[in-house]
Design a protein around this ligand. Structure first.
Ligand code: 4NP
Length: 157
């Protein structure tokens, strides 16, 4: 008999899958038991397929005790609607790009803007830190950490 519990599957999505969603992936994964949760990430673009996370995301994760170096970028596909229970978009543009690929109401209902889970943050876009400096990555880490804490607490309640 198979006694493995079925896992809740959560996908984090940004544009390139090298800056924001790898952080969201690593952070949420660190807050939930791997026995019952599977976390992954993807990008809506094909710009960085197979690349490691951006070195600035790797660095801010490391400063906060997380190793995200084994992640590898991939592009979001419509099969992800079948594979995942919750799909979190990092900003409204990613959100719309994912919704444009949805084929049913069931698909659409899985897609959420991640910062809608955090009532203390007004701007609901996780800012794209790619063209900025290290402080942008520190800010992204801080708001994703705060938001993933809210998400994990609710899921584990
Ligand atoms: P991400 O950031 O969507 O958080 O991974 C970006 C990474 C790369 C590019 C844009 C955003 N790019 O244009 O290459």
């Amino acid at each position: 008999m198979n006694s493995q519990p079925s896992k809740t599957r959560i996908l984090m999505v940004c544009l390139g899958n090298i800056c924001r969603s790898p952080l969201a992936h690593g952070i949420l994964e660190s807050k939930l038991p791997s026995r019952t949760y599977f976390i992954d990430s993807a990008g809506t673009s094909n710009y960085h397929i197979d690349a490691q996370p951006d070195k600035r995301s790797i660095a801010v994760a490391k400063e906060n005790g997380l190793d995200i170096t084994s992640q590898k970028a991939r592009q979001f596909t419509i099969l992800d609607f079948e594979d995942f229970d919750i799909i979190y978009a990092m900003d409204k543009s990613n959100y719309q790009n994912i919704l444009d690929l949805a084929q049913s109401e069931t698909d659409r209902l899985k897609v959420k803007l991640i910062l809608n889970e955090n009532p203390s943050i007004k701007d609901k876009n996780v800012p794209d830190p790619y063209y900025g400096g290290d402080s942008g990555f520190e800010y992204v880490f801080r708001i994703l950490n705060e938001t993933c804490e809210i998400i994990a607490k609710r899921l584990l309640k």
